[in-house]
Design a protein around this ligand. Structure first.
Ligand code: FAD
Length: 354
């Protein structure tokens, strides 16, 4: 079988991970990025690879679970090839429990995790006093401790992936794109163009497929190294390998400037210190903003382009793009190279148009 030549537009985590998976299957791959590697939503600081709750199981949760489980070997292979550290570490997560109702729910989920996570990860409810030195303030005195969550450096992961793509013979060309109205440059083209791609597709199809939701996050100098990440009151607090702690994120439906930061970030910072007082006084190293690509159904959109032959779409990572990227890469490589893939029905373009 002759392997196709594949062109990928966009060098965020989706484009790079798909390029890597296609190269692993033996295809020839070129990535065209109109700015530079990780110039979009993937160039941030937060980096939580965290699951949805283990109850009310559905195809999206299964897909995410498969991706999170496969991530350990995936990132270890990518880092070994590139010689760059993605910062991946499966250190688990502690979640504050706000009230008695949440405590009851958290306890019920112990059994759901046992069933749906199949012994590959655990969900427990423990007293906060047993949760170690990097624990969140928790009003009930209890926290969830789950062992499925991991962390990574988003920018480091993209640098590592780009290195691995090049090590496998793939080409990445920055500062360029292809005008698709003038035809293709390869046997197949995969559009991984983030929120701009969703806006373009919405215009092209005359239907709102998705849009950009801005987010801001920040990075503090604090060494909590391999401690579990924290989630409380909608805030992610993520210890990274390099003696930093990331805090995220705002969710902004309306925005003018995709990369500006403002006082919403100060509010998030203050809130995080209330949740995790050991961060008080930690120096702010970086303030960052980006625009997440959100599909109408808040799930990835993985499909063929409905109007263009041999053109494919991989988009809609929204808030969990890094956590989903490993499985997204696998199914997109299967779809483009083998012509078929096990993609949930809710991830199709049709599902996002209805
Ligand atoms: C503040 C914030 C915090 C986040 N935290 C997390 C988290 O903790 N965990 C998690 O899993 N996810 C998180 N996310 C979401 C995650 O970052 C995204 O889901 C993911 O980066 C999407 O990757 P992508 O490759 O689809 O898009 P992008 O990274 O946006 O990449 C798209 C790329 O395409 C390029 N491009 C656009 N148009 C063209 C064109 N015509 N030709 C060529 N190139 C083009 C752009 O320049 C860009 O580089 C967060 C996002 C934000 C903003």
């Amino acid at each position: 079988m002759t392997m196709p030549e594949i062109e990928i537009l966009g060098a965020g985590v989706f484009g790079l991970a798909i390029a890597y998976a296609c190269l692993r299957k033996g295809a020839r791959v070129r990535v065209l990025e109109k700015r530079r590697v990780a110039a979009g939503s993937s160039g941030g600081v937060v980096g939580a690879l965290a699951p949805h709750t283990p109850d009310n199981w559905n195809e999206k949760k299964q897909f995410q679970f498969d991706s999170l489980i496969a991530a350990q070997d995936f990132w270890s292979d990518v880092d070994a090839l590139s010689g760059v550290r993605s910062g991946y570490g499966r250190n688990g997560r502690l979640m504050a429990i706000a009230d008695d109702r949440q405590l009851e729910l958290a306890r019920a989920r112990v059994e759901s995790a046992r069933h749906n996570w199949k012994g590959l990860a655990e969900w427990q409810v423990i007293p906060v006093s047993e949760a170690g030195p990097f624990a969140p303030v928790s009003p009930t005195g209890y926290v969830v401790h789950e062992t499925l969550s991991a962390r990574m450096s988003p920018r480091g992961a993209c640098t590592s992936l780009a290195g691995a793509v090049r090590a496998l013979g793939g080409e990445i060309v920055e500062g360029t794109t292809r005008d698709m109205t003038r035809g293709q440059g390869a046997d197949a083209t995969i559009l991984c163009t983030g929120y701009e791609g969703l806006e373009e597709l919405s215009r092209e199809l005359g239907a709102p497929i998705g849009k950009g939701i801005k987010g801001q996050g920040l990075l503090l100098a604090h060494d909590a190294h391999d401690m579990p990440q924290l989630f409380a009151d909608g805030r992610h607090i993520i210890p990274h390998a390099n003696a930093t702690v990331a805090i995220g994120s705002t969710t902004e439906n309306e925005w003018d400037d995709p990369v500006s930061v403002d006082d919403q970030l100060d509010a998030i910072h203050e809130h995080a210190v209330e949740i995790c007082p050991v961060l008080h006084g930690a120096k702010v190293l970086q303030r960052w903003a980006g625009v997440r690509p959100r599909g109408r159904r808040r799930a990835p959109i993985l499909d063929r382009h409905p109007l263009r032959e041999n053109v494919y779409i991989a988009n809609g990572g929204f808030k969990i793009g890094f956590g989903m990227a490993v499985k997204v890469a696998q199914v997109m490589a299967d779809l483009v190279i083998d012509g078929k893939a096990d993609i949930p029905a809710s991830f199709t373009l049709a599902a996002n148009m209805g």
